[in-house]
Design a protein around this ligand. Structure first.
Ligand code: SF4
Length: 189
């Protein structure tokens, strides 16, 4: 756990360049709607903690976004506890870990939910559209969508990584935080 490694000012750039699609997507939803449901907050919040966002920065981050839509008192009353809980500061005082790919892929995602793994939970039309919006080539999009539609979700994610970074057989993705770390490493090479 790399607490303090990542600061608030880097988050937008990191989200654009280094977050896996599951986190990039929910980060974008938070930024545009200033709200995320509980399961989605946990998926993103624990990932952000895992990449090194401190408790203080995390609280500032969530509060800044949510209070674009609700007042500060409502945030303190209804949402602050949730952030403290992620960092093990209340309740059972368990310091929770970021979710693995298997956990995210296995999660229940209902209508109107945004959490989950895009390669598992999005239909191919939506996946194709989102990959296109990210500027991927038609060849890359079809390869990734075909892989995901065969049920190879983590391989589809790995292919996405490889197309973005111009590398082949670089990684097998098993954890969103591993994707982030590997992506960061690629940018240093
Ligand atoms: Fe996220 Fe893992 Fe799915 Fe990739 S395979 S999008 S890292 S849950």
């Amino acid at each position: 756990f790399n607490s303090g490694k990542v600061g608030l000012t880097s988050l937008d750039v990191y989200a654009r360049d280094h977050f896996p699609l599951c986190m990039k997507y929910v980060y974008g939803i938070l930024k545009s709607t200033h709200h995320l449901k509980h399961d989605c907050r946990l998926q993103l919040g624990l990932f952000l903690k895992g990449i090194g966002l401190t408790y203080e920065d995390s609280m500032t981050f969530w509060k800044n976004e949510f209070t674009k839509k609700i007042d500060s008192g409502k945030f303190d009353k209804e949402y602050a506890y949730n952030i403290k809980h992620m960092y093990g500061l209340v309740g059972q005082r368990t310091s929770y870990s970021a979710y693995s790919c298997i956990k995210i892929i296995s999660s229940n995602v209902g209508v109107g939910d945004h959490h989950g793994c895009p390669y598992k939970h999005w239909d191919s039309v939506i996946l194709r559209t989102k990959l296109n919006e990210l500027g991927m080539t038609t060849e890359a999009i079809e390869d990734i969508v075909n892989t995901a539609s065969k049920g190879h979700y983590q391989i589809a994610c790995c292919k996405h990584f490889e197309y973005i970074h111009g590398q082949q057989n670089k990684v097998a993705i098993s954890h969103p935080n591993q994707y982030f770390e590997e992506s960061l490493e690629c940018s240093k090479e």
